[in-house]
Design a protein around this ligand. Structure first.
Ligand SMILES: Cc1ncc(C[n+]2csc(CCOP(=O)(O)OP(=O)(O)O)c2C)c(N)n1
Ligand code: SF4
Length: 263
């Protein structure tokens, strides 16, 4: 059973991530979960699209596909259909998954393909310098929302539940233990597991939104997250939860029919 360090591809270091970027934390949680699962590196494939988040697949010692922007799930579907015996893990960003790749996302969930999808949601297009994404909070600044985003934000976890994924959760890079445990639970659950990892991008998001230091964004995520069970209880009591507060926890764990089950 490979240890955590063996899951990293040393010859790809140093990585490209900015100092304080949350993507490394999410990658580490994922590889820890894979190691805890007892998976073999040769039986595992990491697939990603394009973006800072999508660079993660190349830092793993397993076979990986760094594909085209928004198409990671299409490639991952092909891998899983051809090789159901492989553990397939997708790394994606909020832009990659929910803007250009939005249709692939809902249909992969609908098909409930047996794979683990991890979205590093930094609420912006990090790699290309900070354009707004469907996950940019209302009022937040980006290069394409210079007066503050006016559109409502996609709730990726709720979208995955509605579309049919068997396991859905959301945590942040503040919640390292919960995130790691949740990724492992996703890996254990047959069908499509979607784990949304809210992650800090001090360079493209923080700089424009008075959250310049990495810790500022981590504290923002800590202070604006609420346990899903508590949110539902407060809403049932008629309390209004501010739009900027997001739920963390397990959204669904179920057993709908699955495509691409292991042979
Ligand atoms: C077809 C296509 N359109 C646009 C781009 C340019 N592009 C590269 S990464 C990216 C967005 C990245 O944002 P996200 O997916 O949220 O990932 P992040 O960099 O924030 O991790 C875009 C628009 C591209 N590479 N290919
Ligand atoms: S631009 Fe943002 S997401 Fe990309 S590496 Fe830098 S901090 Fe991370």
């Amino acid at each position: 059973m490979p240890a955590l360090s063996e899951w990293y591809r040393a010859d790809r270091m140093p990585h490209i991530y900015c100092t304080g970027c949350g993507n490394g934390t999410v990658l580490n949680c994922t590889l820890q979960a894979a190691s805890d699962m007892g998976w073999e590196i040769d039986d595992t494939v990491f697939v990603s699209g394009i973006g800072c988040s999508s660079r993660a697949s190349g830092y793993t010692a397993a076979d990986s596909l760094h594909t085209t922007h928004g198409r990671a799930l299409a490639f991952a579907t092909g891998v899983k259909m051809a090789h159901p015996e492989f553990n397939v893990v997708v790394f994606t960003g909020d832009g990659d998954l929910s803007a250009i790749g939005g249709n692939h996302f809902i249909h992969a969930c609908r098909r409930n393909i047996d794979m683990t999808v991890i979205c590093m949601n930094n609420m912006i297009y990090g790699m290309t310098g900070g354009q707004g994404s469907p996950c940019t909070p209302r009022g937040a600044f980006s290069t394409t929302t210079p007066y503050g985003a006016q559109e409502p934000t996609f709730d990726l976890a709720e979208l995955a539940v509605a579309a049919g994924a068997n396991y859905v959760s959301r945590w942040t890079t503040y919640h390292v233990k919960q995130l790691t445990d949740s990724i492992k639970t996703g890996m254990e659950t047959p069908g499509l597991s979607f784990i949304e990892a809210m992650s800090q991008c001090p360079t493209s998001y923080g700089r424009k939104n008075k959250l310049r230091q990495p810790l500022d964004m981590i504290e923002y995520m800590r202070d604006h997250s609420i346990l899903l069970s508590k949110k539902r209880r407060l809403e049932a009591e008629g309390k209004v939860i501010p739009e900027t507060t997001f739920a963390v926890g397990e959204f669904v764990r179920r057993s709908r029919p699955v495509m691409g089950l292991r042979k």
